[in-house]
Design a protein around this ligand. Sequence first.
Ligand SMILES: Nc1ncnc2c1ncn2[C@@H]1O[C@H](COP(=O)(O)OP(=O)(O)O)[C@@H](O)[C@H]1O
Ligand SMILES: Cc1ncc(C[n+]2csc(CCOP(=O)(O)OP(=O)(O)O)c2C)c(N)n1
Ligand SMILES: [Mg+2]
Ligand SMILES: [Mg+2]
Ligand SMILES: [Mg+2]
Length: 315
Amino acid sequence: MSGTLGDLGEFGLIGALTERVPPGKHVPLGPGDDAAVVAAPDGRVVATTDLLVEGRHFRRDWSTAYDVGRKAAAQNLADVAAMGAQPTALLIGLVGPAELPVAWALELYDGLRDECAVVDAGVAGGDVVRGPAVMISVTALGDLQGRAPVTRAGARPGDLVAVAGWLGWSAAGLAILGHGHRNPRAFVEAHRRPEPPYDAGPAAARLGATAMLDVSDGLIADLGHLARASQVRVDLVGDLFDVPAQMRDVARAMGVDPLNWVLTGGEDHALVATFPSGTALSARWRVIGRVHPGDGVTVDGAEWAGTGGWDHFGG
Ligand SMILES: Nc1ncnc2c1ncn2[C@@H]1O[C@H](COP(=O)(O)OP(=O)(O)O)[C@@H](O)[C@H]1O
Ligand SMILES: Cc1ncc(C[n+]2csc(CCOP(=O)(O)OP(=O)(O)O)c2C)c(N)n1
Ligand SMILES: [Mg+2]
Ligand SMILES: [Mg+2]
Ligand SMILES: [Mg+2]
């Protein structure tokens, strides 16, 4: 569809967007009324929201609208999975200038639709408003399917710390884009379109995970939240992290330490969980450390010097 949001008007835009995204099987009443109705068979709903702001979370010259849509959905669906829940539906707030091409908004919705399809979720509704920059607000809902939520607060001394998914790939991709490059593609693609290991979330809950979160800001920063909530120390074992050769090569060319990307890079939305020692973990979980009495996050017993990850208002 050609033209801009200004050409189409608010209700034309809503019609064009909602036509593109099926509400999905958990939504008996989707877009079109004052609110959507989302099924929650066991009566406990997980709800989470994240904002994406142009220039801060994405750049339109670095990512296509489709990729921004995939990432906006992924960032929120990963939070639902990190509670051990099955995602059911998204609510989308879209802010943009009247000059924004309609095609950009439609492609954004194609990305939202396709990422939702990975977890069998849909888009239940949203809002559109004119504003100076593109901003996307995503609220995700999920179903605990009768399980207790896996919070950040349940880790106990002696537990194993394990990760499912990627670490450092998105940060490497961001660094590559920041240097004005587009290659190696694998990292740039990982930045544009993260692939959270969604089904590992409910699987971890079934395995008896004591705490869990997704890595959005950086492993050390995010584990810091888990350590604080659980009143424990998390010790990571450096030798348990294997940095891929290709990541080492990129880091060498930039004169940086690739372990920094792995330990403090966000936006891969890997799931990190603690499990009672002796838990029979499937191959997708890599053990990276252990929980101890105390506080904070250490690497090989030593405090991590420097920032542990992204802070929107940090120095
Ligand atoms: N403006 C806000 N009002 C209320 N709660 C908030 C606000 N911002 C963040 N939170 C809550 O603080 C916690 C940490 O937020 P955040 O670091 O963004 O989590 P995540 O990385 O999983 O998205 C979450 O439980 C979130 O709901
Ligand atoms: C243009 C651009 N600059 C910088 C970044 C890096 N970045 C932006 S936000 C962020 C952290 C994750 O986003 P946040 O809003 O904190 O999500 P949450 O932790 O709430 O899931 C990172 C690493 C980016 N993705 N794009
Ligand atoms: Mg958040
Ligand atoms: Mg999170
Ligand atoms: Mg954050």
